[in-house]
Design a protein around this ligand. Sequence first.
Ligand code: 9GP
Length: 830
Amino acid sequence: KGQEKWPRGDEKVWKDGLRGVDKDVPEITKSVVHHVQTSLARQAYNLDEAGAYQATALSVRDNLLPTKRAYYLSLEFLMGRTLDNALLNLGLKNKYSDGTTKLGFNLEDLLEQERDAALGNGGLGRLAACYLDSSASQELPVWGYGLRYQYGIFQQLIGPDGSQLEAPDPWLQHDNPWELPRADVTYDVRFYGHSERIDGMKAVWSGGQEVLAMAYDVMIPGYATKNTNNLRLWESKPKRGFDLNSFNAGDYERAVESSNSAAAITSVLYPNDHTTFGKELRLKQQYFWTAASLNDILRRFKNLDKPISEFPEYVSIQLNDTHPTLAIPELMRILVDEEDVKWDAAWDIITRTFFFTNHTVLPEALEKWPVPLMQHLMREHSDFKSMHAGNLTAFDVVSIFLQAVEKKFPGDRERLARMSLIEEGFPQNVRMANLACIGSRKVNGVAELHSELLKATIMKDFVEFFGISKFFNVTNGITPRRWLDQCNPRLSQLISETLQLPKATFLKELSLLEGLLKHVDEPALIKKWAAVKQSNKERLAHYVETTMGHKINTQAMFDVQIKRLHEYKRQTLNIMGVIHRYLAIKAMTAEERKKVNPKVVFFAGKAAPGYYIAKLTIRLIVNVARIINEDPETKDLLSMFFLPDYSVSLAEILIPASDISQHISTAGTEASGTSNMKFCLNGGLLLGTVDGANIEIAEEVGEQNVFFFGHLTPAVEDLRYQHMYHPVPIEQKCPGLAKVINEVASGRFGDGGVYEPLLNTIRQNDYYLLTEDFDSYIQALELVDKAYQDRTGWIKKSIRTTAKMGKFSSDRAIQDYAQECWNIESNKLP
Ligand code: 9GP
């Protein structure tokens, strides 16, 4: 613009370098220009030699820095809202608050405008989001890869009869300022078609459907650092607009058919956790995503100009559950068919690159895919026939692996059948957990108990085959930035004042919270701590009043259970407990009622749309709430709310307000749980079974500060056996629960007949052992009431709980992965 002169060199080279689009610009020029622009923030036209030196040096230094990266492949990233988080991580919240106020807007109101990015079902997706925050905050080179679903997890509405209704979540309806569309980053992905072998080993895959994967980048700002990591989400697009021939022939439907089917791949998130249905579109999503991600990872690796055998020195890939397991055969295909790597060498690369995290031992939640479906969709990978020399496909892993097993355990046919990737049947199925295990260098569970169960159950044969050192544990974690500072700013501030530390210090080193223990008996702290909890309860009460029109007694104890609806999580136990309490209060004299501890019970969570029993549980909760909240005799002592449309944002309001929260899964079924950590970090006490991460939380905070009940994991199998073969009528086994069930069946809370299928799961078989744990559950609730009567004692428990939550920071968890698996180090920025 007039005086802007290009001081040196070729103007076009500078301009192309600045735009970074021209493929002809050499990497080195691009890299120097990049540093001029970003690291130095200088203008090209007035760059002097000193500046050019800096930029050149930074560019050279890039080559010295450890370039290894880890990639976190997750089909779900439950990010929630971004604006508040970005402001806090960047340390800009106060400035923006002032700025927007001057412009006549309240920042807090603007934050409410944002729609949650709800690209996940529950704990698994939220864990991935916490891990991205921790990686960026610790300057670890970890990138996420996922899918950019047009529709996230469905919106939950409650119908007039109390049932869950589902509506789409068009979260991209308005512009999304947090993503950068990258039209320059696209890959072709092929489905169906046929493959032909040439010169023995290599195969060429052609025909079928080709779709385009286009990248959208989501920046992940680290906390109190300039470092920003990237989450790359793929969107599917038609490779060609529409079929002109059909269009010209007047067949408009056919003309757009293939472009519609391409766009459909990333249109919607599957709303199931812990269940798979073997749906073709889901498998297509998985292949589309893993193929695009691997292409991208390989392209970046190739820029390093290293031999392919060194791939694992520069790349680690974490498989978040079995969903990305197709990356294993896909990388095999690429290495053998496209990169000319010999089969054995390729397999060696694979088993040094991948790492697998299992998130559940529930058998129904372990993914299996029908062989015919795979063969149909992914021609090139899925020749499942036995090996014949010179014609190996990616899935010939099956036979080669089984030969090795046979060699180690000769004649053990049952073991072979259990360990095979193929489950026999009609149709045959591919067991994804087995494939993920044999293709990965390490396998981990997500809490101590879960990792032990993994080794003792679904991975037992594999432990015996590979040896124990392949298996390890990383207990889950949560980011204290979102789950303390952002959701509970007053508590964060009080902690900062008490410890006399800036927030940034303990939010980055959570074990410093232990310093609170010194102050636990100080009356001033106890008073302030109680005041923070009270204000959070009022914030929740305000939310309920404005959204549901109910007034809440904020002096009552707040008891919260929020999670996906599932029989193993036993929301049913909770609602049966509430009814039991209601009946008990009804039977009391006025004098007795005076001694009752007033309580408000909150539920929130979504049920998978096809999960009938889970949906029935919601209906029961809503209808019981309608009765007891209107009962003039009891409503001041007991009320209950089902808050619709549970989300990350709603959790941010509920968690800081809880006095007690419930994590009451049948022992051995909840792999870890992460909301338990969030509640405890915010000073809410825990009522739970001896399961998942509850156990480690109790180890940290001391058993005197948690309320445990119920049978232990080793007893569960025997009890189930008893139920199956020596059933005892519920009236005999658990009269208290039988009474509650009879009240529901008799229609006290609306048409009892409706709930029969739910009640029968308890009366018959009782797989999740409610009849076994009910009595001790009720006793535990009584202990909670008793402890709550002593308010000062309760607050001290609350402070002690928060103080001991350092272990559960996702910073620790991500360091465990970085050291145990990925072998990456922080790229400290100046
Ligand atoms: O059910 C587990 C939950 O316990 C755990 O906290 C979470 C994150 O590790 O993963 C859940 N698993 C799944 O959603 C499906 O495997």
